[in-house]
Design a protein around this ligand. Sequence first.
Ligand code: SF4
Ligand code: FES
Length: 235
Amino acid sequence: MTDDSITLQLDGETITVPRSATLLDAANQAGINIPVICYHEATSPNGLCRICVVDVDGGRVLQPACVAECQADSKVETRNERVLRSRRTILEMLNASVNLEQAPEIQQMMADYDADEARFPGAHLREAEVIDDNPFYIRDYEQCVLCWRCVQVCAEDAQFTFALTLKNRGHATSVATAFDISMNESPCVFCGQCVGVCPTGALKPKIEWGMEQGWTADELRRNTRRARKRGGDGD
Ligand code: SF4
Ligand code: FES
């Protein structure tokens, strides 16, 4: 072990990692799977969803593995009963508030953690109209898990365009453009990176969405072209 590395126990195995490694880095190094939702390797981790929690030294609060750094000589458990119950509850709460029909990775987690889809019978799914305001992609925030990935790639993590932000609070919180202007009026350059990092069906290429709606080839062609600036209709 060097000054730049530390040793800890992960699920009973001793492991040596770089000093600044997160618990998720350590788990990846050890071949241990920890589920993630808000974390993406292309974006800065913010520890928002808490699905990645692990138990460090039996501490009062579970630690989000994607942001918590490894501590020397600590004992980390990634799958004890506390951890499994916490992940299961997070999935059940997500399922009670968001339409996850087009989020296969999260659906798989629901199965893996034996999450009960009927755990919160009185809960209301978030409701939102599909926003179809540009030729390239649609936004369906009923399916948004507020992972923040799209906002980050649009900002400092990749594009430096800052077209996206948050609006409202609590159950009504939603990703939006500033002042809710249309995407065409926003600084968006339609790079598509937000669509690429979205883990659900909340952001989708318009061609794919149009095919799901049963659009004809002509409608697809017409609805996915940018209108010409001087009075053209894009055809
Ligand atoms: S639209 Fe997609 S990427 Fe953006 S916050 Fe919602 S789920 Fe995450
Ligand atoms: S993946 Fe770690 S908090 Fe979301």
